[in-house]
Write a protein that binds this ligand. Sequence first.
Ligand code: ADP
Length: 543
Amino acid sequence: MPFAQNHAENMFDQIREFFSKLLETESWPARWHCGTWTEFHGWLYIFSDLAIWLAYFAIPLFLVRLVTRKKDLPLPTIFWLFGAFILLCGMTHLIDALMFWWPAYRLNGLVRFLTAVISLMTVISMYQFFPVAAALKTSLQYDEEIQKRLKTEKSLIEAKERAENSEKVKQQFLSNMSHEIRTPMNAIIGFTGLMERTKLSPDQFEWLQAIKYSSGNLLVIINDILDFAKIESGTLELDEKKINIADLVHSAITMLKNKADDKGIGLIFSIDSAIPEVVLGDSVRLTQVLLNLLSNAVKFTNQGEVKVEVLLLEETDDTVSIEFSVTDTGIGIQEQHLETIFDSFSQISNNNTRLYGGTGLGLAIAKKLTELQGGTLAAFSKYQEGSCFKFKIPFKKVDLKDTEDVVAEHEPMIEFIADKRVLVVEDNPISRKLVSIWLELWKLKVDLADNGKVAIEKLMQNEYDIVLMDIQMPEMDGYETTRHIRTQMQRDIPIIAMTAHALKDEIDKCMRAGMNNYISKPFNPTELLAKLVHHIKYHPRSG
Ligand code: ADP
């Protein structure tokens, strides 16, 4: 038999013999009988081995408790291996102590071998995981990081507070600016309207039309910027009122009819007969979207026609979904521009701005306003053939018996208010003059007060049917005056605020102060007349 084979068989026999006689102890004497142990030497050995075993048994218990308790402990494999390694080390010491009486040399060999395997595995894993372990942060480093984060968090909170504060300042600035610009605009537009009613030479009439057109445009731009800022800051709120869709579309068409006639283009509309006569929604914002699309269509069309179509898309028990489309045969929009035309301040080319004017805000506002009303707005176009803008909005249905207000607002009649007495409280002499000329044209008896204090004195001495109240005045402002009239004087006389502050906040403030209605400056005479009739004729109060 060759030596190697013989050697291997011999080894195999030895292993088999090793395991079959694992717990046999006959071949060796107990350790007490090996060599010359003194009692002290032997017990020192035994005691130390048992103490080491106890400690080595307890340490893995702590490790196991730690691993099972702390689920997110980093590198748990190493903890398990380390536990097993220490446990086995302890076992070798236990057997070493037992061998003073029980010479289990084979078992001792096996436990040592297992300890060797597990310790090597522990070393290999520690080597593998070393980079990860070295990258782990110490609690000191975590503390530092937490401190850093707390600092960042604090500065973020401060930055947020600063931003909120500057938002408030911006709102205040907008409110003041809008007030300052609207007051002179009120005079320009108002007196232009009055002058139009006088006898003028053809030249004068033409110049007046230019003033009227330009001031109208300026007002649109101011309103656009204000609306855009309100939308951006999320402060624009919708007002829900009854709307007669057919009337609203008709009025929008009427507003642009002259312009379309001047350009020699047709302006037509059709309304689905299935649409309910009255629905609930924000008529001002709906008109704004429609007028924007319509005026763009007229502006960018040089021949052909502009068509408005209104369709009922869906109807449930409580709602109707209505689609408005404005189609033109104008210059069209190239495909690559269709996606960006709804971006704010975007105009297709500088050439367009020179040719047609505008701020590039109209469509951005129209889209946001449609979305605020729960709808969507989309554009379709073929370059040099025409464009179509479609928007759909869901409206709530209205009980038809309840339409008295809508009708009332549509038939303001001067006879209803002739000879009634009105007190105009306004500090600006030009605005005072303007409003009183209109009121006198409607045959109202006008009395003037240039601040709240004078108004209160006049109200104590005379009888009036209605008060028109400016807000910003020296001595006593409109809010304070109204509160005084309502609380101290206990008077229920209708008060209409005339405010150049077009912000919703200001309007709410007027209502909270006890006013019955408001009209924003520059005022529309027809709207003012309608509101006067509404409060004097339909809702008179005990002055
Ligand atoms: P602007 O105040 O400049 O009209 P808009 O936001 O309303 O701003 O429109 C943005 C741009 O989209 C316009 O400058 C124009 O180039 C294009 N546009 C809008 N409507 C039409 C249309 N009906 N036909 C052709 N181009 C249009």
